[in-house]
Design a protein around this ligand. Structure first.
Ligand SMILES: NC(=O)c1ccc[n+]([C@@H]2O[C@H](COP(=O)([O-])OP(=O)(O)OC[C@H]3O[C@@H](n4cnc5c(N)ncnc54)[C@H](OP(=O)(O)O)[C@@H]3O)[C@@H](O)[C@H]2O)c1
Length: 232
């Protein structure tokens, strides 16, 4: 095992949890989330209990040297624009964008010391392609894509910043969209590749982007989406 240190915000569930399992085979993973029960059987994990929508990251919580950060918390609040309250826009913005800013700022010094670090953020297919009822999440994730490109420019060449924009993926966040066989079939059929995503396959892309293998990529928004963003 290497002596690398990774930060996974939102590593207790879904895509983040699958990423933690991969990174924990290679180094120490600091996991920031509100709950930690799902991590109890994984070695090389240091849990940090925090609500990233509200709390500041304690100054001494993160390691001296950081080789990679993934920011996974997200929301799917789908409503017609007329019934979306301003508060909803603010909450989505807070956890999707401001939370990511917090974690990256807290880890910046440590990443600069690593001699080549990677950051992975998460957007959604609904930014590149307009979708009804996605105004709040689309706006918040659009900001995440802007942050990705801006930071990639500003932090090169020491730190690479990329973003994955998945379509519907089988995680606790998406559970209500996949709750019955009918919903699963309808969701699968919306994609040119006729299925929805798995947490493991999205985590594999995040893992790639944090590794040496992904070291010539920065500023990219990667559509891992069964073809939904590009094909008809
Ligand atoms: N699943 C999809 O269909 C889909 C589609 C497009 C984009 N995405 C994006 O992909 C990313 C990962 O999604 P996922 O489906 O894996 O989500 P998930 O299963 O809900 O996992 C989200 C993780 O973030 C943590 N988290 C949420 N709110 C938090 C807070 N306030 N403070 C600290 N931690 C918090 C959760 O842990 P705790 O609850 O323990 O805090 C959990 O570990 C998200 O950014 C999402 O928007 C997902």
């Amino acid at each position: 095992m290497s002596d690398k240190n990774y930060i996974v915000a939102g590593g207790s569930s879904g895509i983040g949890l699958e990423l933690v399992k991969k990174l924990a085979l290679e180094g120490t993973v600091y996991v920031l989330s509100r709950s930690q029960d799902s991590l109890s059987n994984i070695e090389n994990v240091i849990p940090i209990t925090i609500d990233l929508a509200k709390d500041e990251i304690p100054a001494d919580a993160l390691p001296e040297v950081i080789h990679g950060i993934a920011y996974c918390p997200g929301t799917i609040n789908l409503k017609p624009f007329r019934s979306l309250k301003l508060e909803q826009f603010r909450e989505d913005f807070e956890i999707n964008l401001i939370g990511a800013v917090k974690v990256i700022q807290a880890g910046l010094k440590g990443m600069k010391k690593s001699g080549g670090a990677g950051v992975v953020l998460f957007s959604t297919v609904a930014v590149g392609q307009g979708m009804s009822f996605h105004a709040s999440i689309g706006a918040a994730k659009g900001a995440v894509e802007g942050l990705t490109r801006s930071l990639a420019a500003e932090l090169a060449p020491k730190i690479r910043v990329n973003c994955i924009a998945p379509s519907l993926t089988d995680t606790p966040l998406a559970a209500k969209f996949l709750a019955t066989p009918e919903k699963q079939e309808a969701s699968a059929n919306r994609h040119p590749l006729r299925r929805y995503g798995s947490a493991e396959e999205i985590a594999s892309f995040a893992h790639f982007l944090l590794q040496e293998k992904g070291s010539w990529m920065t500023g990219q928004i990667l559509g891992v989406d069964g073809g939904l963003s590009r094909l008809r």
